[in-house]
Ligand binder design. Sequence first.
Ligand SMILES: Cc1ncc(COP(=O)(O)O)c(C=O)c1O
Length: 404
Amino acid sequence: MLKINENYLKLPGSYLFSTIAKKVSAYQEAHPEKKIIRLGIGDVTRPLTPTVISALHSAVDEMAEAATFRGYAPDLGYEFLRNAIADNEYKARGCDIKADEIFVSDGAKCDSGNIQEVFSLDNKIAVCDPVYPVYVDSNVMAGRTGLYSEESGKFENVIYMPCLEENGFAPEFPEEVPDIIYLCFPNNPTGAAITKEGLQGWVDYANKNGSVILYDAAYEAYISEPGIPHTIYECDGARTCAIELRSFSKNAGFTGVRLGYTVVPKDLVRGGVDIHSLWARRHGTKYNGAPYIVQRAGEAIYSEQGKEEIKGLVSYYMRNAQYILDGLKKAGYSVSGGVNAPYIWLKAPDGMNSWEFFDYLLEELNIVGTPGSGFGPAGEGYFRLTAFGTYENTVEAVDRIINR
Ligand SMILES: Cc1ncc(COP(=O)(O)O)c(C=O)c1O
């Protein structure tokens, strides 16, 4: 008799953002006259930039002619894009990453969910708490975890590394050595960054223990301070222990266009096998490549004009982040993040828990944010606001909070 994958049944309740959406639409239905400002979900609001649009248009025109039409993309991505990434993201920063170590995909969400497949189910994972939920849930679905405990808010057989105000929202080396370590910096949801020394410590730890680091740098473009690594390959020894996940969503506004990539250095070998060949096999078997027109659009962000435009997008959102940070501080909130990341992480005031503060903001000020507890038990009592709204809406929302 057919059996389903029962690991799926271990996942609790509904997805965080659908719960939020339901609450928001119920409130809006009951109060149609209210203007709700959404600073919850991490989706961008600025349109694609002119250089990207023009690359898309000309790639579409190429598809209309037999001589320039393209069908399936090469398994691992077009050379023109992989070379542009290798040159601009790695070589330009003095990092030794070759074009053939870059796997182009349709985004970091899929890659961060899929990458665990190349590792045995016997491995134990460690995640930051709070965490981008995909890392945990994809391991639950695969069967690498035990059951979920409502009481602790944790899955068995997962190492949670609390990131709290007390430790500057930076994970500490866990007592039990994990096999797979998920790190995301700049961080979603806390907005915290990691220093070069801090990240070097993790690379050394992983090399010493034979662990693999899955490093999600989707928010790299938001780094504004010196001394913060833009890629894990700035650290010595990262080629033998780290896989990096990157995205075009947050820097170039490709959330609806879909493009990302994963770097697997050929020196990353475990059990006598190079992980690069396993990921290449997986890509070849299960994936048919990001569309040609989208890869051309991705290439365009590396032109001089493209780079300027991307900087403009990032500074637009970071002006919002600054406005939120300043405003909340003025209103007496305890806030962090927002300097090297488009997320502001704040403590719910007056002893409220995360969902109580969510309800308060929605009902009293008509602002939507994300309850910190939705990202893990250590997020309880915290709240995330994003800088991805329009400037006008951001100002209006913050002013509502200040003038409360
Ligand atoms: C940490 C992190 N990684 C990956 C993603 C997904 O990126 P993509 O749009 O490339 O799938 C997100 C999106 O919110 C994210 O916050």
